[in-house]
Write a protein that binds this ligand. Structure first.
Ligand code: SAM
Length: 345
């Protein structure tokens, strides 16, 4: 009883609906900024529930727009919500929300891709990496056009314990285009298994929570949307520098429908390609005729170990980029690069 009374004290006073805010401030969605709004607060509440308990939490919200998700975060009991929004037109509506929840909303007009989140919260909320996650959550109905670069950037931050992860194992609850959500959580052998699956799963426990049909958004996007929850692992499943791991995974998935050795080969310059590919696959004990989608994370770990070992003997390998070499090669008669049949994830 006492607990519910306490939580009810977080609830916002009556406010114009999100639909009314959109009309009031004439907030026509901008396609360029991937703006698709959620007006149904039951749905935004459901997204916020995936983050877990937000009582007294610090929350970083990406792209609050008209503020539907922000309201749900506040109603769930967060006491400090830092929002970063790129589009100036939303700032007045967000100020209205901030006045309704005094001292609980901080508004930054800026770009999420460059904002320094490590400066946004006090050091006192930090938790040791091997302890429980800090009471800090990243939540966002992400703009489609930045969701993949943003999650790659945050995965690199997780590997290096920088940015939002300087506070500990900060959890993330984010939306993605449904197909991207499926790739992030795809298991070995599944059709959706891709570079993103390995990158996310070697560093985090990743959970595809539920799918929101496109029709729930205004305006309706052409695709459905998946809500994904990430908790950084105490021990990453692959323990090499992020850039090295990313390079191995990217190359292996370069030809996702072919045997994995085809991608492994591209880690090495032409002169030593055959010999080093054989060595790397043998040392990793990986069957060269497996497809990239069939490889497990321990197999990627073995491949990264074997590649790192080869690089300690020949450090120049680390700087070798097949695509760079390809870029510099002359075009064939048909106007194609010699090997431009990659299928990227
Ligand atoms: N959170 C709101 C909701 O659920 O209704 C809006 C979601 S909308 C899909 C994405 C929001 O991110 C928009 O408000 C857009 O202006 C904002 N946005 C787009 N690119 C951004 C960026 N680089 N940095 C910060 N915000 C951005």
């Amino acid at each position: 009883m006492a607990a519910s009374t306490k939580l009810s004290s977080f609830r916002l006073p009556p406010l114009p609906t999100i639909g009314e805010i959109i009309k009031l401030y004439n907030l026509r969605a901008e396609k360029q900024l991937s703006q698709n709004f959620l007006l149904d607060l039951r749905l935004t509440d459901k997204i916020v529930r995936q983050a877990g308990c937000l009582r007294d939490a610090h929350v970083f919200e990406v792209g609050p727009g008209p503020g539907g998700l922000t309201r749900s975060i506040l109603n769930a009991g967060a006491t400090d919500v830092l929002v970063v929004e790129k589009d100036t037109r939303f700032i007045s509506g967000l100020k209205l929300l901030s006045e309704a929840a005094p001292g609980r909303v901080r508004i930054v007009h800026g770009d999420i891709l460059t904002y320094r989140m490590d400066r946004g919260f006090p050091d006192t909320i930090s938790k040791p990496w091997d302890g429980d996650p800090p009471n800090l959550h990243i939540i966002g109905n992400l703009p489609f056009n930045v969701s993949t670069p943003l999650i790659i950037k945050w995965l690199e931050n997780i590997a290096n314990r920088t940015g939002p992860f300087a506070f500990g194992r900060t959890q993330l609850t984010l939306t993605f285009q449904k197909e991207v959500a499926e790739r992030l959580t795809a298991s070995t052998g599944s059709k959706q298994r891709s570079r993103l699956s390995i990158m996310a799963q070697y560093l985090c426990t990743v959970h595809n929570c539920f799918t929101i049909p496109g029709r729930a958004f205004v305006p309706k996007p052409k695709v459905d949307v998946g809500v994904v929850h990430f908790t950084p692992l105490v021990q990453p499943q692959i323990q090499h520098p992020f850039k090295l791991v990313e390079k191995v995974i990217r190359n292996v998935f370069q030809f996702r429908r072919k045997y994995c050795y085809k991608g492994v080969e591209k880690l090495f310059p032409e002169a030593s390609r055959f010999e080093l590919t054989q060595k790397m696959l043998q040392n990793a004990d990986v069957d060269p005729t497996l497809r990239p989608t069939e490889l497990t994370i321990p197999q990627f770990r073995a491949l990264a170990d074997a590649y790192a070992h080869l690089c300690t003997h020949e450090p120049s390998l680390l700087h070798y980029e097949f695509r760079e070499e390809l870029r510099l090669k002359p075009l064939t008669k048909q106007g194609n690069k010699p090997e431009d049949t990659f299928i990227m994830d």
